[in-house]
Design a protein around this ligand. Structure first.
Ligand code: GLN
Length: 455
């Protein structure tokens, strides 16, 4: 069923970079055989799951939606992919994304844009746009995205689904092609909170091959969803959000409405402040490109990635430099090149103190704001995005406009916190609106419990 739905929607939505029909059918057959033999089945037995094309899969290509990795087939599975297989899930294919996860609209993909199933003139968001769109289109019930600065939550909001960025380190990054290693996190996307909880249970946990993976007990997230009694829970509302110029009034109204819903369930609404929130976007757009420029240096056409077939043997810099330059010029798209240039500049001698070190200091202040806020509140409520899904083509020529899509999401990445995007109605054009809840590190259970009570 999932395969035929993908077939019906692929031309109009383009959510997938690769559909693994054969492997999926084989996997489903294996589950059936296990079931017939009375063997114990994993918690995702037979469930089709789509995987963002930045996660390594040994039996499918992994392109990061880049020409650079167009022909890359990893020799191993990412930990989250192994865990899906161990849970008897059926991996149905790889989803389209912004190239190397850099973007907020899936328009920087080298393999064509993904469209929003609610309105195909609009973006599904990004960078996990394909992962959000295939769930919203009803093709698959679950998908895996990644979130470096909002790439799970923003597309979830634009597509009217639920998406969660877990605590940094809660889910292993082993086999996730790195964008910004100190910010990247894999997470679940689905229609509902119980489905997100189930998928998180399947993928979370310690991975000894990942030095930033947390060696902490993984609770049974589904178990916390039973009650809807929020008495005693303090929910902090970010009032700066309401004052930020340019935010869609329908989104502010949805956040206020959500606060009332939580209140009616017994939660106490408290006002909190995050004084350095105006520095979130500038800090993120120094740190993320710095880490990206370093991570992407491996794609040189020799060790990894596309290699040019037009080396200039007479180049004044020699054929090796020519091969390197041409391979990278041909393999990377313009947004990736912009990030590499910004990152290289901000890390270069004489500028590193001024930009990179400074950004790390501000990052600590941002983290401090959250620590203080969580002294007064158990969860924070706010918007996910300043607008609902925008039209394809509207922001792609203007990077600053695109970067401002991340206004409310990058804080959780800079501080390493878990955060969830929940559908909360539609705007006047029928496009979905998302609201965001954020929790202290490792408090995914609290986040899911409150999110489920709202849903
Ligand atoms: N939009 C942000 C960026 O372009 C976030 C991307 C992400 O979370 N992968 O960097």
């Amino acid at each position: 069923k999932a395969l035929s739905s993908i077939q019906d929607t692929q031309a109009s939505i383009n959510a997938f970079t690769h559909v693994a029909a054969e492997q999926a059918i084989d996997a489903a057959k294996r589950v059936d055989a296990k079931r017939a033999a009375g063997q114990p089945l994993g918690r995702l037995a037979g469930v089709p799951v789509a995987v963002k094309d930045v996660l390594c899969t040994s039996d499918m290509p992994t392109t990061c939606s880049s020409r650079m990795l167009e022909n890359f087939r990893p020799p191993y599975d990412a930990t989250v992919v192994s865990k899906l297989r161990a849970a008897d899930a059926v991996i149905i294919g790889k989803t389209n994304m912004d190239e190397f996860a850099m973007g907020a609209s899936t328009e920087t993909s080298a393999f064509g844009v993904t469209r929003n199933p609610w309105n195909t003139d609009c973006t599904p968001g990004g960078s996990s746009g394909g992962a959000a769109a295939c769930v919203a289109a009803g093709s698959v019930p679950l998908s895996l995205g990644t979130d470096t600065g909002g790439s799970i939550r923003q597309p979830a909001a634009f597509c009217g689904i639920t998406g969660m960025k877990p605590t940094y380190g809660r889910v292993s990054r082993y086999g996730l092609v790195a964008f910004a290693s100190s910010l990247d996190q894999v997470g679940p996307m689905a229609w509902s909170v119980p489905d997100v909880a189930l998928l998180l249970e399947a993928i979370a946990g310690f991975e000894p091959r990942d030095s930033t993976s947390l060696n902490q007990f993984v609770p049974n997230y589904s178990d916390v969803l039973q009650s809807a009694d929020l008495r005693g829970l303090r929910i902090g509302v970010l009032n700066e959000a309401a004052e930020t110029a340019g935010i869609d009034p329908a989104i502010i109204a949805a956040v206020n409405e959500a606060a009332k819903v939580f209140q009616s369930q017994g939660a106490e609404i408290v006002e909190i402040q995050l004084p350095h929130s105006k520095y979130w976007v500038p800090t993120y757009y120094v740190i993320a490109p710095c880490e990206a420029s370093s991570n992407l240096s491996r794609y040189d056409g020799a060790h990894y990635g596309h290699r040019t077939d037009s080396i200039d043997l007479t180049s004044e810099h020699g054929p090796l430099v020519s091969a390197y330059c041409r391979s990278r010029a041909e393999g990377f798209g313009s947004e990736v090149k912009r990030r590499i240039m910004v990152g290289t500049y901000a890390l270069s001698e004489g500028y590193a103190d001024k930009y990179y070190s400074q950004a790390l200091k501000v990052r600590r202040l941002i983290k401090g704001d959250f620590d203080a806020a969580f002294g007064q509140a158990d969860l924070l409520l706010g918007p996910v995005t300043p607008s609902t899904a925008f039209r394809l083509g509207d922001k792609i020529e203007d990077p600053i406009q695109m970067y401002l899509c991340d206004l409310f999401t990058v804080g959780a990445n800079l501080a390493g916190l878990p955060a969830i995007s929940l559908p909360a109605g539609n705007d006047a054009n029928g496009l979905p609106i998302g609201i965001q809840l954020q929790a202290p590190a490792l408090e995914e259970s609290r986040l899911l419990f409150a999110a489920n009570a709202f849903q």
